[in-house]
Design a protein around this ligand. Structure first.
Ligand SMILES: *[C@@H]1O[C@H](CO)[C@@H](O)[C@H](O)[C@H]1NC(C)=O
Ligand SMILES: *[C@@H]1O[C@H](CO)[C@@H](O)[C@H](O)[C@H]1NC(C)=O
Ligand SMILES: *[C@@H]1O[C@H](CO)[C@@H](O)[C@H](O)[C@H]1NC(C)=O
Ligand SMILES: *[C@@H]1O[C@H](CO)[C@@H](O)[C@H](O)[C@H]1NC(C)=O
Ligand SMILES: *[C@@H]1O[C@H](CO)[C@@H](O)[C@H](O)[C@H]1NC(C)=O
Ligand SMILES: *[C@@H]1O[C@H](CO)[C@@H](O)[C@H](O)[C@H]1NC(C)=O
Ligand SMILES: *[C@@H]1O[C@H](CO)[C@@H](O)[C@H](O)[C@H]1NC(C)=O
Ligand SMILES: *[C@@H]1O[C@H](CO)[C@@H](O)[C@H](O)[C@H]1NC(C)=O
Ligand SMILES: *[C@@H]1O[C@H](CO)[C@@H](O)[C@H](O)[C@H]1NC(C)=O
Length: 888
């Protein structure tokens, strides 16, 4: 039982060679390298090499004997090994989980102990310093326990034989003592996932035999400063002529890569430094690390170009540079990397063309270029990538047709070309890919029919064709896709019958919204199919029946329509010129229905009051819950406001904007039927007793709002200014996804126009100075309000709070709290549920968010940041937060 969990004693260093002959990332070793994060990788290496399943205590004892060296102390040692260690460790195991497991200080009395491996044995407390005096030790592994001490400052002085040291996945604190570099035989040094602080020792270069260095997920710095930003420990590591794996992800290194990385030994195969706050350029000297197979610098602040010297890294198989600020074009030089299997350059600022020569890298399996500024067409030569598994080109500005050559991605499992400007038809060759699991072509300008050859796409689980100009019918062959669990063809011009069979049983109206003339089952909220063109009716009898029934049905329909039409107005008023305004989507809802659904616009159904009217909760007969915004037509401007909101809502659709489902309008009654947001407003969540949003929820909400604004400002054909952002106008759905609502005073800026004048008054406190004073509206006004909203969300103080008067504004209050007094302004509730060690992380996050808020609220509109950059920054803050609070 207990003994089995003590894995012991296989000489570690004898077998430290890990073959990299097999291409990393591409074959069986690939599992090891691409599926395991670096944090656990070296732990796993150690594991593989040391773990011996001990199936009986006999095996355990015989292993223990193997640690006896000198004959004189044989007996003593065996006694110590088997008794002292077992007595304490076993005791805590056999007893209960409550008994503390400590390593007895006497462990240091095992003078000839060679290997001590107590991985994941639930030990805690301090590591006895006497362990580091056992000079016979070759392997010391205490991985995956709960040790929480500092390391002794002389740790390396008495360990001349130590080759493998793993203290990974504990709670060790303090600095990594410089003396570690005196343990000169170290080949593996694994301290990942602890809470070490301070700078990485500069003398690591003394460890001449070092092969694996893993410092992932600590709080280590690089010792760099403003005057010497370069990370000098890397220069020192260049002296380790055997260094193969360098893993330093998730540490606040905050430095610049030194050019001396060009002096890294040819032995170096794997560098991973994600989430390290690395700034500056990638030095061109990277090209001299000639045997590099895996280079990952994701989620840093790297700027500048991808150096062309990268072409010299002929063995490179994995290159991850995503989530940086890299600029310029993708250099053709990359195409010379003939072993490249996994190229991720996503979320940078790369622009220009996708190099045609990428088609030369036939070894490519993963290609991620999404979220850049790439333009022009997809080169047909990409069709050469016969082994590609995943390709994401989403969120660029690519255009032109999708080349049929993409059909040669025979083994592909993921294709995402969404959020571009592709035109033309969907090539039927793509629809034939048998291994494809995910296909998204959403948010493009694709036209024509959806090809009807889905039968062969047997693996498809996710298909998103929404927001295009696709016309004609939904192919019946989709019914054959038994794994399809997500389908979205909404916002197209499709017509005809929605199929019923197979996966369609599980789809809802969401999949088909806003098309031209779909018909089918009532649950899709479309009319039933009537005409023969919607059916494949061949039998004459049926056709005959139709000839008779159709006219009757049409008459009935027409009558119903007239009936509803008349009802959508108040009793005893003359039917007036009913406005056939934006019927956004069926079903049309009558005044009577609204009246009933809101209990006669009863006060108990009132959700809120706005400047132009009231919002009611409505429960339809089929229990659908909706929100009804009734415009108060007595208020000046309400007519206009209704029209504006209808007009705008007719055009825009976004996950983070409230959807208009229908409208009801005549001369004296105007209402919009909106999606109901069960979780109410941000206002409620911030200020009502008993409601609470944690750090992550607030971040997510602000990211959602930023997404919506980014869309309104930059992605929508004409920039749209919301003009009235405030917590009351941010609504939360079931999943706490935020939706920006109330477009009553929104402004569409005409093409080419960047500023317009208005007399409308937005809400005091959130309004940008130039808007308030001069009525100048531009997208920067929203950015300003957004900045105030950011401040409010994380401080839980309103900009109109009475503490702000005369010169003291919210902005000034925040500005003066930075950088050191952020804890005075932050909403103290944010600490309520957080563990103590997260406090600093929350503070750091909120500091960066407040910095951002200040750039949003710059006095002059020209100086304000734009929503694209706001969004990018917030996303980074979130990732940083997740990485550091360990929930990522
Ligand atoms: C560490 O201690 C915590 C409680 O303090 C416990 O939940 C956790 O399982 C322990 N971890 C290990 C690896 O023993
Ligand atoms: C380790 O050994 C050194 C030198 O022999 C000695 O000074 C020190 O006290 C020892 N430390 C412990 C904890 O035994
Ligand atoms: C430890 O290493 C440092 C730097 O190489 C050296 O100056 C010092 O003498 C070493 N100490 C011992 C006890 O070997
Ligand atoms: C990380 O280290 C810095 C100083 O280097 C310290 O201020 C901060 O509290 C540490 N954070 C954690 C989570 O230990
Ligand atoms: C790096 O290598 C170059 C050329 O071999 C050498 O001149 C330089 O001194 C080295 N730099 C360091 C810091 O070792
Ligand atoms: C680095 O590579 C360049 C070109 O590949 C070469 O000229 C230079 O000598 C190399 N430097 C070192 C230190 O190896
Ligand atoms: C690589 O691609 C370029 C441009 O597509 C082409 O001219 C060149 O011949 C290709 N090179 C190889 C080695 O295939
Ligand atoms: C592709 O990239 C886009 C934009 O970065 C991202 O939103 C999307 O989730 C990615 N697609 C897949 C399937 O991972
Ligand atoms: C519908 O969904 C359920 C549960 O998600 C699943 O078990 C079932 O197979 C699905 N039905 C079809 C026809 O896909």
């Amino acid at each position: 039982m207990t003994l089995m969990s003590v894995s012991l004693l296989v000489p570690l260093c004898a077998s430290l060679e890990i073959s990299t002959e097999m291409p990393l990332g591409l074959t069986s070793t690939s599992l090891l390298f691409s599926d395991l994060s670096a944090e656990i990788l070296s732990a796993r290496i150690l594991d593989l090499l040391t773990q011996v399943e001990l199936s009986s205590s006999r095996a355990y004892l015989s292993r223990l004997r193997s640690c006896r060296l000198g004959s004189e102390i044989q007996d003593l040692e065996s006694e110590i090994c088997s008794l002292r260690m077992s007595s304490s460790i076993l005791e805590c195991y056999l007893g209960s989980a409550h008994a503390p497991c400590l390593i007895p200080e006497e462990i240091g009395e095992l003078p000839n102990l060679r290997e001590l491996v107590l991985d994941a044995t639930n030990l805690m407390g301090a590591i006895p310093t006497s362990i580091f005096n056992i000079s016979s030790l070759v392997t010391l592994s205490l991985l995956g326990n709960n040790f929480s001490s500092n390391l002794p400052s002389n740790i390396g002085l008495w360990l001349p034989n130590l080759r493998g040291l793993s203290l990974a996945v504990n709670k060790l604190t303090g600095i990594i003592p410089e003396s570690i570099s005196n343990a000169s035989k170290l080949t593996l040094l694994d301290l990942n996932s602890n809470a070490f602080t301070g700078s990485i020792p500069k003398m690591l270069g003394n460890l001449q035999l070092l092969k694996i260095l893993n410092f992932v997920n600590n709080n280590l710095t690089s010792g760099s400063s403003a005057s010497s930003p370069e990370m000098s420990f890397l220069t020192s590591l260049a002296n380790c002529k055997h260094l193969k794996y360098l893993f330093i992800n998730q540490n606040p290194l905050d430095g610049v890569l030194p050019t001396t990385i060009g002096n890294f030994s040819a032995s170096l195969e794997n560098i991973q430094a994600d989430y390290c706050g690395i700034r500056g350029n990638i030095p061109s000297e990277i090209g001299n690390v000639s045997n590099l197979a895996f280079l990952s610098l994701q989620q840093n602040g790297l700027t500048g170009f991808i150096p062309s010297t990268i072409k010299a890294l002929g063995k490179l198989q994995i290159l991850h540079l995503s989530n940086n600020k890299l600029q310029g074009a993708i250099p053709d030089d990359i195409c010379q990397l003939k072993n490249m299997g996994d190229l991720r350059l996503n979320q940078n600022e790369l622009f220009g063309l996708i190099p045609e020569c990428l088609g030369n890298i036939t070894s490519l399996r993963y290609l991620y270029l999404n979220s850049n500024k790439l333009t022009f067409v997809i080169p047909t030569k990409l069709g050469n990538l016969k082994d590609i598994l995943e390709i994401n080109l989403s969120s660029n500005s690519l255009n032109g047709n999708l080349p049929p050559q993409l059909g040669s991605f025979k083994v592909a499992i993921l294709i995402d070309f969404s959020m571009n400007q592709f035109t033309g038809n969907i090539p039927s060759t793509i629809i034939g890919l048998q291994n494809l699991v995910t296909l998204s072509l959403a948010h493009n300008k694709l036209q024509g029919s959806i090809p009807d050859s889905f039968d062969s796409m047997v693996s498809l689980e996710f298909l998103d064709l929404s927001c295009n100009d696709l016309s004609n019918v939904i192919p019946k062959s989709l019914e054959t896709l038994s794994h399809l669990s997500y389908l979205n063809v909404s916002f197209n011009k499709l017509r005809g019958q929605i199929p019923n069979g197979g996966p369609f049983a599980n789809f809802t109206v969401q999949s088909f919204m806003s098309n031209e003339a779909l018909c089918g089952a009532p649950k899709f909220q479309v009319p039933p199919c009537h005409t023969s063109s919607f059916h494949h009716l061949r039998k004459k009898r049926v056709a005959l029946a139709l000839y008779i029934l159709l006219p009757i049905a049409s008459i009935l329909l027409a009558m119903t329509f007239v009936f509803l039409f008349i009802k959508c107005r108040r009793r005893n008023k003359t039917p007036s010129n009913v406005d056939l305004l934006p019927t956004i989507t069926p079903p049309r809802i009558t005044y009577q229905q609204l009246f009933q659904a809101t209990n006669g616009f009863n006060e108990s159904n009132l959700l809120g009051m706005g400047s132009f009217g009231s919002v009611y909760k409505a429960i339809l007969e089929d229990t659908t819950i909706l929100a009804i915004k009734v415009f108060n037509l007595q208020v000046e401007g309400a007519f206009k406001s209704f029209d504006v909101e209808c007009e705008i809502m007719r055009h825009i659709r976004h996950r983070n904007l409230t959807k208009v489902i229908s409208s009801c309008s005549n001369l004296d009654f105007k209402a919009l039927v909106l999606e109901y947001m069960p979780n109410g407003s941000l206002e409620k969540w911030l200020y009502s007793y008993n409601y609470f949003l944690d750090m992550l929820q607030r971040l997510d909400i602000m990211i959602d709002i930023a997404c919506a604004l980014e869309y309104l400002h930059h992605d929508y054909s004409m920039p749209l200014v919301h003009c009235d952002l405030k917590p009351n106008n941010i609504l939360l759905d079931d999943d706490m996804v935020a939706h920006v609502s109330d477009f009553g005073i929104a402004k569409l800026l005409d093409l080419g126009e960047s500023v317009t004048h208005t007399k409308t008054i937005a809400t005091f406190g959130y309004i940008a100075p130039e808007f308030g004073l001069e009525g100048l509206v531009s997208i920067s006004c929203d950015v300003y309000s957004y900045g105030i909203l950011l401040m409010e969300t994380f401080t839980r103080v309103k900009p109109t709070d009475e503490m702000f008067f005369e010169d003291m504004t919210m902005k000034r209050w925040i500005r003066e709290s930075l950088p050191n007094a952020i804890s005075d302004v932050i909403d103290a509730n944010l600490f309520k549920l957080e563990e103590e060690h997260l406090t600093t992380i929350v503070l750091q996050c909120v500091s960066s968010i407040m910095e951002l808020a200040l750039s949003c609220t710059a006095e002059s509109p020209e100086e304000r940041i734009n929503m694209k950059d706001v969004l990018a920054t917030l996303k980074k803050v979130k990732l940083w937060y997740l990485a550091n609070c360990g929930r990522g």
